[in-house]
Design a protein around this ligand. Structure first.
Ligand SMILES: Nc1ncnc2c1ncn2[C@@H]1O[C@H](COP(=O)(O)OP(=O)(O)O)[C@@H](O)[C@H]1O
Ligand SMILES: [Mg+2]
Length: 239
């Protein structure tokens, strides 16, 4: 459980006069869930995108499983993102013209799998997230919570080792938020994967093992919640 998967060292990012990140260092252990909190504009999304290799820091570095991400070419970085990372955003960024099953399968098809083959694990992931029987529905025919579960399935179907979620429950009511968070935790830290989740919701954050709070681009608090990584014993689950 002390296996480090992500390591950020003194990250800074400046946008004009705004210092979005101001020397952020952070290490994340594999199989844990970490919440990133902080006021709007405190640098949460910037940090998430940097950890995920979407944004390059002005200074500092990010390491994934011991490899410096910043040293990779753009091509290598997108391959790393496609194969090792999964993303869930506030609005799932799902393709409305496609069915739930096709949306999930697409992540595998981008890695070269045929649609026919990809639909099999896609269906299994949808079932694992409580959406069995809804594979053929288009996204518009799903509730907000159901659509977020499709986004979670899509983020995980490739066997991603790290799931990055940016306010995944931000558009949901509180009961649905808890359901979606249950599904997200069960399939990430509950199965040996790593979750980094930006959230404004203290109830969501409290379910993670750790809460990192940002203010003005700096870490101002880093707290262990005492919440156990549910089912962390089964860390071999890397499909
Ligand atoms: N692409 C950008 N161009 C200019 N300023 C940006 C950009 N992205 C973020 N910022 C600024 O950087 C700061 C941190 O932004 P962000 O990381 O999105 O914060 P949060 O996710 O905590 O709301 C904010 O002041 C924001 O306005
Ligand atoms: Mg943000």
């Amino acid at each position: 459980m002390t296996n480090l998967i992500l390591h950020a060292d003194r990250l800074t990012k400046q946008y004009g006069a705004t210092r979005a990140l101001d020397g952020v260092s952070l290490t994340l252990a594999e199989g844990t869930a970490t919440a990133i909190m902080g006021a709007s504009g405190s640098g949460k999304t910037t940090l998430l995108h940097m950890l995920a290799g979407i944004l390059t820091p002005d200074a500092g570095s990010v390491g994934f499983a011991g490899h410096p991400i910043s040293a990779l070419s753009d091509g290598e970085r997108s391959k790393l993102r496609r194969e090792q990372f999964g993303f869930v955003f506030q609005q799932g960024l799902l393709i409305p013209e496609l069915t739930a099953g096709e949306n999930v399968a697409l992540a595998l098809m981008l890695n070269g799998m045929s649609k026919r083959d990809a639909l099999v694990p896609a269906g299994q992931w949808l079932a694992a997230l409580g959406l069995a029987g809804l594979e053929e529905r288009r996204i518009g025919q799903l509730s907000g919570g159901q659509a977020q579960r499709v986004a979670i399935a899509r983020a995980q179907v490739t066997g991603a080792r790290v799931i990055f979620a940016d306010e995944p429950t931000g558009a949901l009511d509180s009961t649905t938020s808890q359901d979606v968070m249950n599904a997200l935790l069960h399939t990430t830290s509950g199965s040996g994967r790593t979750l980094v989740v930006v959230t404004h919701d203290p109830q969501v954050a409290a379910r993670c093992q750790r809460i990192v709070t940002l203010a003005d681009g700096r870490i101002v608090a880093d707290t262990a919640t005492g919440f156990p990584a549910s089912g962390a014993a089964g860390t071999g689950a890397q499909s």
